[in-house]
Design a protein around this ligand. Sequence first.
Ligand code: GLC
Length: 531
Amino acid sequence: MASSSDYIIEVRIDVLKTLKIFGITATALTAIGLGAYYIHHRMQSSRRVILQDEVKHVLEPFELSDEQLRRVMANLNTQMTNGLKSNDSENNDLAMFPTFVNFRPNGQESGEYLVVDLGGSNFRVSHVNIEGRNRLRLKNKIFLIPHSLLLGEGEKLFDYIAECLQRFIDDNGLATHKRADYKFDLAFTFSFPCTQTSLSQATLVSWTKGFSCTGVVGNDVVLLLQNAIDRRKTLQIQVVALVNDTVGTLMACSSLYRDCRVGVILGTGTNACYFENLDNVPKWAGERNQSTKQIVINTEWGALGKHGCLDFIRTKIDRELDESSLTPNQQIFEKMISGKTFYICKLVIFKRNLALYLGEIVRLIIIDLVRSSILFPDRMQKAPSRGRDYNIFLSLRGSFYAKHVADIECDKTEDLSVTASILTSIGIYDPSYDDCYIIREVCKTVSLRAAKLAAAVIAVVVNRVNMPSVTVGVDGTLFRHHARFRKNLIRTMSRLVPRTHRLVLSEDGSSKGSALVAAVNRHNQETLTST
Ligand code: GLC
């Protein structure tokens, strides 16, 4: 009979045996696993190398050297100088609009103001209380613009804005406890190219960014808004200033940073404004006196390239995108770098073909790669039903967003699962690792080019301002939300700008800054009437 100690020994032996077997098995399995992983990895990387050569060929034209960037800078500089000389749009790329803003907020502004901010797929109404010493309280509401209004009659668009203003005032009880004859001062942030003849007179030159309401181009937009407000008998509002979003951004930032002289937007569209010496603006027809030495110029740099000065870096994809856009041969530079990051409603965007340029560039490159059987080679042939899904994506303009570009280029997961799930969400089911890898390369390249180009143009303006240190106020979704884009932009600028500079993100800049413009304007009016 076995004693209990024998039993224990036997059990120990069994356990040891099991552990040994398990150990051997585990080692063997690990070895097999590692071997498989190694072989898989080798295959992946060797495939990657082959693919890289083919993909490189397609992406090469999007890679910009510093030498090319310097040529872009020189061309922009020339175009800026030409634009300051005359309004000859037949030959000049840039409008270089004088804005009638010739002051910087001094921190002592005060009062309450309304701001209507129109420039993208929605518009914003704000109530801004400026309380002196740079203290400012802001309440705002975003209103969606129905698609029909964007492409319909301008008068209806302005009536809708007035209706929303009424709703905003009522919902916030802004008119209660006011004198019967009280009139709100309203600043109109209008982010489209306008020729101004005073702070409150501005003729729309052309629509950009997918807008195309009738009856607005060639007309004074301040008057159109004022008329719509006046048609609603219950609204007591005076539109006192028209401000481009770049100017709003500049004003908001320069109230906080003493050396801020440049305002930039990198979003659905792109543009910049800056303080220029009046001596450098031969076309300025307004007053020139001792106190006015500088004026803010709205460059409208999105139009750079209209007469071919960017042809040396434009790719066949850029041309394709431009030709199929709502505005062929306009906003050439803008189409290379801007992109709307967030969208409100798929249908609205698809129908309107808004300025989704970065995403659209990526989509067109993907189509190119599919055509040359580099992307989705098996899927397009083997699974016709899936192929059909892919075709929907491939044929639907605007179906790849700038937000996708940002998320994919930042995908650091080992299996590129973020990229795979984004692709799946837009109809590209079960993409292979290689597909994801290539698409990430495409996104990185397109975004890097945009960041480099943005850096080059900002560098020109910073160099022109010619101060020992310059702060640039920046707003727009590309700068705000695309971490990699921002990093690349800052890195490139440090190579191109010899002087000290910094880029600061402007919070609600265009609304706050426009209210500040209205405040300075009121102060000036009051000083005039009291003297
Ligand atoms: C477009 C407009 C310009 C605006 C920019 C950013 O380029 O033409 O006025 O500043 O978009 O919104």
